[in-house]
Design a protein. Structure first.
Length: 143
């Protein structure tokens, strides 16, 4: 009888960010190597996304990413080639941490939504899988 294999580490997970409540308004902070488990190389944000539009539609070979709905809401569809999940982000103190080799599509943006992205690498087109079939074959080979 074979011994059971340990479950692999999840390729995405929700992270609750710290909240400092005050009568004047709440404050949430994010620090590299604390809430973000990688060195921060780049920060960007998506906003003014037209109704019905989708963003992302790719995976990364090495880049790690944390997504936060700093305003409004949106849905992130995740696929590691073996399982899929959709995560709705609608609170500024919840972040979605995404490992490399996860296909992501972001849609269902509410009016006024702002998606903050904190990433581990500078932009490099060579790090992207933009074709799902190519990504799926690579993900399958890794398993």
């Amino acid at each position: 009888m074979e011994s059971p294999q340990p479950n692999p580490a999840p390729l995405w997970r929700l992270v609750e960010l710290p909240i400092i409540p005050e009568p004047r308004g709440n404050l949430t902070y994010i620090e590299g190597q604390r809430e973000v488990p990688f060195d921060i190389a780049r920060v960007y944000y998506l906003y003014d996304v037209p109704g019905g539009a989708t963003r992302a539609g790719h995976a990364h070979r090495e880049l790690q990413q944390m997504l936060i709905a700093v305003s409004g809401s949106f849905t992130v569809h995740l696929d590691d080639g073996a399982r899929t999940e959709s995560v709705s982000l609608n609170r500024s103190y919840w972040a979605l941490l995404i490992s490399p080799m996860v296909w992501r599509v972001i849609d269902n943006f509410s009016s006024g939504a702002v998606c903050l992205s904190i990433v581990s690498h500078h932009f490099d087109e060579g790090d992207y899988y933009r074709d799902y079939d190519e990504f799926f074959a690579a993900a399958k080979a890794l398993r």
